[in-house]
Design a protein around this ligand. Sequence first.
Ligand code: HEC
Ligand code: HEC
Ligand code: HEC
Ligand code: HEC
Ligand code: HEC
Ligand code: HEC
Ligand code: HEC
Length: 315
Amino acid sequence: MILLLLAAAVPVCAGCHPKETATHGAAPMAQTLFRAADSDVLKSNRALELRRDGFRWSVRNGVYSVTDGKQTLETPLQWAFGFGNLGQTWVFERNNALYETTVSFYTSSKSIDITPGHLGLPRRNLEEAFGRIIDPSEVRRCFGCHSSGGLPEPNPGVQCEHCHKGALGHSADLSPMAKLSKISTDEISTLCGTCHRTWEDIAVTGPHDVQNVRFQPYRLANSKCYDGADKRISCTACHDPHSAKQAPPKVVTTTKINVDTQCRSCHGATVKKVCPVGKSNCASCHMPAVEIPGIHSKFRDHWIRIAKPGAAYPD
Ligand code: HEC
Ligand code: HEC
Ligand code: HEC
Ligand code: HEC
Ligand code: HEC
Ligand code: HEC
Ligand code: HEC
């Protein structure tokens, strides 16, 4: 029954909320998890291979294997995590547990390499080279962020009801719903932070190095521009959660707005400080793209600031 409701969630909202539903399905956030058989990354990359440290990993037609030249371990893949903005990591079942693959697909190089988080793990034998066992509480967290409803029958992706609490009941009986457009900038940051991590999560447990550039609620709140009660600096001022999409690289825009418009809604309007250097493409200098070593991916630094080339990374 619950399963049926979940599976029907999007069409059910569509009839009454066509605007949000129309764009949401194609957004990466709605597609953060796939059954391996449905993964476009796997369908369009039928033979991937990596040789390293005396092992050879391969991913062929959804089958994952590792060999040391003498013995081979092999298994079909079960889950694909990530739409592929940055990459995709796979999960397989073995001995009644779930494992994360040692290698992941990286979109920037269109090839496989060691999974983030596996670089420092020991690979002394074939078993260790095959994958990392994910303990049950971590499994719940992975599916909690990348799907809606969670295990045992996850509805893949960040679906409507993940952010709009009570939406499934509402779609049946029209019980009142909270208007998320009315909540504060701090509350939006906390909502997005349930997955993108909140300011508190990072302030308390770290990381306090360049790795934290991927945690936008933390970075943004540290910026002088941030005011938890000012809508002009909320996540939703620049991102439409129903159609968030990576924008073209040159002039920095999000799908929602040209970011310059958003900067100017304060600078030169209610905030006197204006730029002595640039007139447009503000984010290209003040929200630099920062590469995290080892994961072949860049993130846009949401700690808006005068970022002098070569200056230390504020963490
Ligand atoms: C049968 C029609 C119907 C269905 C199905 C339905 N809604 Fe609604 N929804 C409404 C109406 C009517 C309102 C109240 C709008 C108003 O007060 O302006 C509403 C309000 C909302 C609100 C609060 C926003 C606002 O403007 O008040 C949200 C959020 C929402 N719905 C989300 C959803 C989601 C998510 C689903 C699918 C799981 C869904 N709804 C299914 C009719 C529907
Ligand atoms: C606290 C929530 C959370 C948990 C737990 C989590 N993720 Fe994620 N994951 C995210 C968010 C948010 C992103 C988006 C960008 C980023 O921070 O890299 C992401 C991004 C990814 C990506 C890159 C997606 C792309 O399209 O490029 C992969 C792959 C991934 N996660 C796999 C996993 C796996 C596997 C697990 C469990 C072992 C896991 N994640 C656990 C929130 C989470
Ligand atoms: C990642 C979180 C997230 C997801 C997923 C999401 N929404 Fe929203 N939704 C929001 C936020 C935040 C707002 C307020 C946007 C604003 O202020 O511009 C909102 C606004 C709305 C509104 C306008 C009323 C309001 O709450 O202010 C409706 C209706 C709505 N969403 C329906 C949907 C439907 C239908 C889906 C699925 C197709 C969906 N949403 C998926 C976060 C989400
Ligand atoms: C002032 C505008 C602005 C605000 C406010 C903002 N962002 Fe962004 N965000 C951007 C820009 C610009 C990009 C880069 C887009 C591109 O390069 O395609 C981006 C990219 C992202 C990405 C993609 C990964 C990355 O870091 O490059 C995520 C996820 C994200 N933002 C989440 C958030 C969250 C969560 C909040 C609220 C805490 C937020 N953003 C607030 C402008 C903003
Ligand atoms: C339930 C977990 C969850 C919540 C809540 C959530 N996100 Fe995400 N978000 C993700 C994951 C996972 C990804 C990685 C998507 C992929 O696989 O590429 C992501 C990716 C993104 C991206 C980059 C991809 C794109 O669509 O452009 C943006 C921007 C983004 N989220 C903004 C937001 C904002 C703004 C909010 C709050 C309104 C929010 N997210 C809330 C899990 C979440
Ligand atoms: C909600 C209003 C608001 C928005 C939106 C906003 N800012 Fe700011 N910004 C401020 C305030 C307030 C300060 C602090 C001014 C002061 O110190 O007098 C500031 C400071 C700055 C500084 C100086 C930081 C330093 O370290 O001295 C820069 C650079 C800056 N903003 C750039 C931007 C850019 C680029 C954008 C768009 C991506 C933006 N701001 C969006 C309000 C905003
Ligand atoms: C080519 C890079 C570049 C671009 C584009 C750019 N800036 Fe700047 N901005 C700088 C530099 C460098 C400084 C520091 C200047 C100094 O200290 O002499 C600065 C300083 C600032 C300050 C602080 C001024 C003060 O009095 O302390 C603000 C605010 C600011 N920029 C906002 C913006 C906004 C808004 C935009 C887009 C309309 C923008 N910048 C575009 C490079 C740039």
